[in-house]
Write a protein of this length. Structure first.
Length: 327
């Protein structure tokens, strides 16, 4: 068992590292890692339906898609993540209890009555502190989970706060749960890195063959290439989303009430229609045609509309207001 302790807090790098270790390092592995503030969405989710777009934009929060299914989660430096990667028989790979039990053991030693509940959650006093997900690749399983230790709950709530009426799609919606931080239940104060050390020490005692492994320069180079080609791209993080219909009503001070209606497939706008009580010099059909076939992504839409004076199509409408209506 390789113990891979990582100090990089870039979410793109950390998720790329998981895929790299899963597919390129044959040994069973265990990793502890943290991300700077970011939103991590499940493989099968519609990204835009899971996030508070305005909050994410204003706070410059990265949004990254992971390999595994399940719901969207907010990460910050008060959240510790753990990953097991192991080889085994296909029918025995998926085992949420097996991979979460070491965490429960550590908490029990600290005097905390933590439990496995539901499909994939760990709870304290009925409140969730850990969500878990798995991904199977050939005869390998990647199991990873979050451990809310001292996360900022307000940020968590705002980043994932989205209007469910905006979207109609077949994507997997996240289930919002009552949550708690581990630190709130400790008998003696402790910081997240001390807790991380305790978890690592426990894993080392569980596996007699455990040895610490530091990623090499070659490892880093390959991981960074995976970041460049996949985990930092709009195509993976947003475009991979299932097909969806997006509707939004925007009330502006000078242009009136506008309704935006989009059909999106593989991240590309297939159909766009504007409605409202606005005044215009030219028919908005030209704007609708201009964004058809364009990625449902701010910079792409801004570029597509760059040759238009929006005021000619919707009186007094600014580009920023238009873009607000599109997300």
């Amino acid at each position: 068992m390789l113990i891979i302790r990582r100090h990089n807090t870039d979410p793109c790098f950390n998720l790329a590292t998981e895929e790299y270790v899963l597919k390129e390092i044959a040994d069973d592995s265990f990793m502890l890692w943290r991300n700077s503030p970011s939103i991590i969405v499940g493989k099968h989710q519609n990204t835009l339906a899971e996030i508070n777009v305005e909050y994410v934009k204003q706070n410059n929060i990265p949004v990254v898609r992971r390999l595994s299914g399940g719901g969207a989660v907010f990460h910050d430096l008060g959240n510790l993540n753990f990953t097991f990667i192991q080889t085994g028989q296909s029918e025995m790979l998926v085992d949420f209890r097996k991979f979460t039990q070491p965490i429960l053991d550590v908490l029990l030693k600290l005097g905390i009555d933590a439990r496995f509940e539901g499909r994939n959650d760990l709870t304290i006093e009925g409140k969730k502190f850990s969500g878990n997900a798995e991904h199977i690749w050939k005869k390998r399983v990647l199991h990873h989970g979050t451990l809310l230790f001292s996360s900022k709950m307000a940020d968590l709530g705002q980043a994932l706060n989205v209007d469910p009426l905006k979207f109609r799609d077949k994507a997997v919606k996240s289930v919002r749960s009552r949550v708690t931080n581990i630190s709130e239940h400790l008998k003696e104060p402790m910081d997240v890195m001390t807790f991380s050390d305790l978890v690592q020490e426990h894993i080392i005692t569980m596996y007699p063959d455990a040895k610490v492994y530091n990623l090499s320069e070659e490892d880093h180079a390959k991981i960074n290439e995976l970041v460049r080609t996949k985990y930092s791209t709009w195509e993976w993080n947003f475009g991979y989303s299932p097909n969806y219909n997006f509707k939004k009503i925007l009330r502006t001070e000078k242009s009136g009430t506008l309704e935006f209606d989009l059909d999106v497939k593989n991240g590309i706008i297939l159909h766009f229609k504007m409605f409202g009580d606005y005044f215009s010099k030219f028919d908005t059909e030209e704007l609708e045609e201009a964004v058809t076939g364009v990625s449902h992504e701010e910079s792409a839409i801004r570029l597509a509309l760059g040759r238009f004076d929006l005021n000619d199509y919707v009186a007094n409408l600014t580009m920023e207001e238009f873009l607000t209506g599109m997300f």
